[in-house]
Design a protein around this ligand. Structure first.
Ligand code: NAP
Ligand code: MG
Length: 401
């Protein structure tokens, strides 16, 4: 069979531990036999990040901006324990994901892979619910205060012009806690654009919810900016695609989500996104079936698995034990990236291959062949055959040939 040709290179970002092992296994079994792979390779494995003083992470981010599509392996974020584990580290390098997200000013969309024999905890959910979490401001960069006597507070803003604006807060007659948070028009607008762009690219409805009846200035600003962006930049596209934009109050949205069949993007502010992304992913099944894509307001797409480097499995692997690590989310990262690259380059065959790759994984698992982590989650509708990673990849490969 002739291999599928590529036009623009894909930015390939390698990583650490068990997922680094999976990375080359996936490429060898599922990508290079079918695609004449053209990538710009960046090694973000911790040793190479350290050797380059983390310059490689910035280079990778610049490459994503240049080419527009990347696929990333999970990477170690060093912490105190990792500093002991790797004494050669010259610095506690910051999370590559944080660096890349900051460079792209991007938003992370997390989508569960839905498989018939793995029932979500919510029975009505048939299609994925994709959470888009705003990643700037609110309580994550707030100022807090505890006051141990009666008194009053006010919120004061001093402009660079010297002009001040202030607003009083309630008077209290006992010890009290206070919180001041902010967000920026530019960040909210970037968030809105990334959400509309992603929903259009996936042909899914977009929901946005906040509490603008209570926080009429703060959440009201979010609502207005979403509305503006929709009207000026996306209404036509949405109508052509037959998808809708829907704003509702956060509590109403929470109630509706639980009764919905799924199949939409749910955009949320930072704190609500933090909570609901964990709730939705655990209700859909497992982190090993959760995909993730970072989308920038100017249309760059960085695909990865939502899980980490699966350290425990890596140490078993190093000890020569057989591992049954689930490569599905990482395969989906490749599938998503190849599909997007194909779409952007007008290469139908490449886009179709990306689609087929994801479908092949789903088909193998639906048929009962799965890694050890998934077996306990199945509903008994198919006989389950637990396999190791190699056997799973072989089964997916067989679907592609
Ligand atoms: P993790 O790698 O996601 O793994 C946590 C546990 O979840 C595993 O021990 C395993 O459970 C299960 N699991 C996750 N993915 C799996 C898969 N594909 N197949 C089977 N089981 C899977 O999280 P972690 O152990 O907390 O973090 C390890 C490293 O990853 C850390 O250094 C962290 O900084 C990094 N990390 C990176 C990213 C990223 O690059 N995007 C994201 C998160 C974490 P059992 O052991 O019970 O089988
Ligand atoms: Mg969280």
């Amino acid at each position: 069979m002739p291999k599928i040709q590529m036009k623009t290179p894909l930015v390939e970002i390698d990583g650490d531990e068990m997922t680094r092992v999976l990375w080359s296994m996936i490429k060898d079994a599922l990508i290079t036999p079918f695609v004449e792979l053209k990538t710009e390779y960046y090694d973000l494995g911790l040793p190479h990040r350290n050797a380059t003083q983390d310059a490689v992470t910035l280079d990778a981010a610049a490459a994503i901006k240049k080419y527009g599509v990347s696929v990333k392996c999970a990477t170690i974020t060093p912490n105190a324990q990792r500093m002991r584990e790797f004494p050669e580290l010259t610095k506690m390098w910051r999370s590559p994901n944080v660096t890349i997200r900051a460079a792209l000013d991007g938003i992370v969309f997390r989508a569960p892979i839905v498989i018939a024999c793995i029932q979500p905890a919510v029975r009505s959910w048939r299609a994925p619910i994709i959470i888009a979490r705003h990643a700037y401001g609110d309580i994550y960069s707030a100022a807090e205060l505890y006051a141990d006597e009666p008194g009053e507070a006010k919120l004061v803003f001093t402009g660079d012009s010297g002009k001040t604006r202030e607003t009083p807060m309630p008077r209290v007659d006992s010890p009290s806690v206070w919180l001041g948070m902010h967000n920026k028009d530019s960040s909210i607008r970037g968030f809105a654009r990334a959400c509309f762009g992603y929903a259009a690219s996936e042909k899914l409805d977009l929901w946005f919810s906040a509490k603008d009846t209570i926080a009429s200035t703060y959440d009201g600003r979010f609502r207005d900016i979403f509305e503006e962006e929709y009207e000026t930049g996306f209404r036509d596209t949405f109508e052509k695609l037959g998808i809708t934009y829907f704003y509702t109050l956060i509590d109403d949205a929470a109630a509706r989500v639980m009764r919905s069949p799924g199949g939409f993007v749910w955009a949320l502010q930072n704190y609500e996104g933090d909570i609901f992304s964990d709730m939705i992913s655990s209700a859909f099944g497992t982190l090993a079936l959760m995909t993730s894509v970072l989308v920038s307001p100017d249309g760059c797409f960085a695909y990865e698995a939502a899980h980490g480097t699966v350290t425990k499995h890596f140490y078993k692997y190093l000890a020569g034990e057989e591992t049954s690590t689930n490569p599905t989310a990482t395969i989906f990262a490749w599938a998503g990236a190849l599909k997007k690259r194909g779409e952007l380059d007008g290469l139908d065959e490449l886009a179709a291959f990306g689609e087929k790759l994801g479908a092949a994984c789903v088909s193998v698992i639906s048929g009962g062949v799965m890694t050890r982590d998934l077996a306990p989650l199945t509903d008994g509708s198919v006989p389950v055959q637990t396999v190791n990673t190699r056997e799973f990849l072989d089964a997916v490969q067989a679907k592609l040939t």
